[in-house]
Design a protein around this ligand. Structure first.
Ligand code: NDP
Ligand code: OXD
Length: 308
């Protein structure tokens, strides 16, 4: 079995890990003109890579989001498989709970007071006044929703297909979006980026949140209509935003998000790919399909028509 690897950052570490787990396989970094492989392990490969590897059975993405891959022309016979958690959901739960509680408990205000040696209390705020809406109730969204519910915030969730999740008020589809937004004050985006979800965080939708809305975008920069956020903050329609993902990454130094007092920026760090966990998951899937398991029986196989 031949496996080709196209990963921009530390490809050698990935190749060494894959070789350790699959010593019988021929595993090499892809370069133009490389021999055809059976499977690929990738992050944001080029169209040339896809065009030169028409016989791939599986493309294993080392992230959960496949929007970059789905921009490419991939042969219909090649299946795309994304990471299914692999240690990301707990990180996402930590990140979102941290951002939520930092805002809810006004910890930035306390830090500013401390900087001036001021011992002063803020009036306690009520959890029932801060319902949290999670957009996307997949692998990451459900874990985050449950973690937020542990802190006794009311939690709403929105997905494409209807769901029933204990402790979460679930809404679905276009028809459920307005009611979901109107019931939420803190909005967390954990959707895949698809033609249906691009710019879903825009003036029209964000204006439907409860007063004092707060946005946490941990999915993709393309979900947010970036030009529309700062006016909503400056008008007082939104109280703030924590943003981990951006239309252009790295976020350019001159971008106004860096310096806006109501925006917290992190560098696409909310849930990092963990190499060992990811290699273990990918190798288990490759072993399964090589042993005759149908791709469709694997968790994380992408439906290209659906876009995730
Ligand atoms: P999943 O595929 O497991 O979940 C996606 C969820 O979004 C599902 O609940 C799905 O609905 C819902 N959804 C998709 N399209 C729509 C739509 N048009 N309307 C309403 N709901 C929709 O993905 P994951 O939870 O694993 O990951 C989510 C995203 O998080 C990734 O695509 C990636 O972009 C981002 N991500 C960001 C990271 C970071 O570091 N910032 C790290 C990892 C991921 P249904 O359940 O009905 O199918
Ligand atoms: C992912 C990511 O999609 O790292 O996994 O953003």
């Amino acid at each position: 079995m031949r496996i080709t690897v196209s990963i921009p950052e530390r490809p050698d570490a990935w190749i060494a890990g894959l070789r350790r787990e699959l010593p019988q396989a021929d595993i090499e970094a892809w370069q133009p003109g490389a021999a055809p492989a059976d499977h690929a392990v990738v992050w944001a490969p080029s169209q040339q890579f896809i065009d030169e590897q028409p016989a791939l059975r599986g493309i294993f993405n080392i992230g959960a989001g496949v929007d970059a891959l789905l921009k490419l022309r991939v042969p219909a016979s090649t299946r795309i498989v994304r990471l299914d958690d692999a240690g990301m959901s707990v990180q996402m739960a930590e990140y979102v709970c941290h951002a939520l509680i930092r805002h809810f408990r006004e910890l930035d205000g306390y830090q500013a007071d401390a900087g001036e040696g001021r011992w002063s209390f803020r009036k306690p705020r009520l959890r029932r006044d801060f319902p949290v809406g999670i957009m996307g109730l997949g692998v990451l969204g459900q874990r985050v929703a449950k973690a937020v519910a542990q802190f006794e915030f009311p939690v709403n969730g929105w997905s494409r297909s209807p769901k029933q999740i204990e402790g979460i008020r679930c809404f679905a589809g276009e028809a459920g979006l307005d009611e979901f937004l109107a019931a939420s004050r803190v909005l967390v985006c954990l959707l895949p980026l698809t033609p249906d979800t691009r710019h879903i965080l825009r003036r029209e939708t964000l204006s439907k949140l409860l007063p004092g809305g707060y946005v946490i975008n941990v999915a993709r920069g393309g979900h947010l209509a970036e030009d529309e956020l700062i006016p909503l903050l400056d008008e007082g329609r939104l109280a703030g935003a924590t943003l981990d993902v951006f239309e252009v990454e790295p976020l350019p130094p001159e971008h106004p998000f860096w310096r806006h007092p109501k925006i917290t920026v992190t560098p696409h760090a909310s849930a990092r790919t963990l190499r060992d966990e990811s290699i273990a998951q990918i190798v288990a899937k490759i072993r399964a399909v090589e042993a005759g398991t149908d791709f469709d029986a694997l968790p994380g196989v992408v439906d290209a028509n659906r876009g995730y």
